[in-house]
Write a protein that binds this ligand. Structure first.
Ligand code: SF4
Length: 276
């Protein structure tokens, strides 16, 4: 895990999968790809293999080691539901989230059909957990809006939308069953612009439909300078946090040991070192 994430809407990141493949216009300037490819070929670096897909089972038990509750962005450097990540591995990640339930997990994907199908099947136990928020990326109408429908068709207890990078006006969106909306503009070299009226339209729809709204950033090449004010204020709303109390140290260890015992993927995750 990485503590103190610079991503505005989370506390920490957890990457039991690394690497991904682009599937829609929102991926064009993928930050994760840019970061990972800088280290391709650097011996011993976590991204020695660049942005190629890689399972990282030694990271699986990390959430058990954190005894202070966190908002955890799962796979900030990847997409858990991409082809190539076996169902059994997605299930192992979900079992960790369901067991280390003193954290709140934010799982975001562009592979919304697989998310829907797995949550309705072997991941039903995780879909029902209030401490796991399941979200889809919505960058435009053509690719993004169908993902909202797939998410709504899933039995997820908490559903959210990440409208970032926002590439066009999305018009009227049905927010029934959606618990949270994040909006952000693209940042970095070649960033595509986001218009103010597009953002205001989403904010107003969230307010009308009582959905918490989080405005992440305007983005652009000078992200810091452009800031995250909308009007004269920031919008930092979240859904209700429903994580469980932190267990005693011995119970954290026992949960981790039980998970390790049930682990059947081949490579072994690392033993857990508890932190305060
Ligand atoms: S799905 Fe996400 S992580 Fe994968 S290439 Fe697209 S933007 Fe990058």
């Amino acid at each position: 895990m990485s503590l103190n994430s610079p991503i505005e809407w989370t506390d920490a990141t957890w990457n039991p999968v690394r690497g991904c493949a682009k599937i829609s216009p929102g991926c064009k300037h993928c930050y994760a790809e840019r970061f990972a490819e800088r280290f391709r070929g650097v011996k011993g670096h976590p991204y020695e293999q660049g942005f190629d897909l890689r399972l990282v089972p030694e990271k699986l038990t990390e959430p058990f080691s954190w005894r202070s509750p966190k908002l955890v962005f799962v796979n900030s450097m990847s997409d858990l539901f991409q082809e190539g990540v076996p169902d059994s591995y997605v299930e192992a990640v979900s079992r960790v989230m369901a067991t280390a339930n003193w954290h709140t997990y934010q799982v975001l994907t562009k592979r919304s059909q697989r998310l829907r199908d797995l949550l309705g099947g072997k991941l039903q136990f995780a879909a029902e957990q209030e401490n796991i928020w399941w979200g889809v990326s919505v960058e435009d109408r053509k690719y993004g809006l169908p993902r909202v429908e797939h998410l709504r068709q899933s039995p997820a207890k908490v559903r959210f939308l990440s409208i970032e990078p926002m590439l066009e006006d999305l018009g009227e969106i049905d927010l029934a069953g959606i618990a949270w909306v994040i909006v952000g503009g693209e940042s970095g070299p070649g960033a595509r612009p986001m218009k103010r009226e597009w953002v205001i339209s989403i904010r107003n729809q969230c307010q009308m439909q009582n959905v918490p709204f989080f405005f992440k950033q305007w983005g652009g090449v000078r992200k810091i300078r452009n800031g995250r004010l909308l009007g004269r204020r920031t919008y930092d709303e979240y859904p209700k946090i429903a994580a469980a109390p932190v267990p005693e140290r011995a119970d954290c260890m026992r949960h981790a040991a039980d998970f390790l015992e049930s682990f059947e993927i081949g490579a072994q995750p690392a033993l857990v070192q508890l932190t305060a």
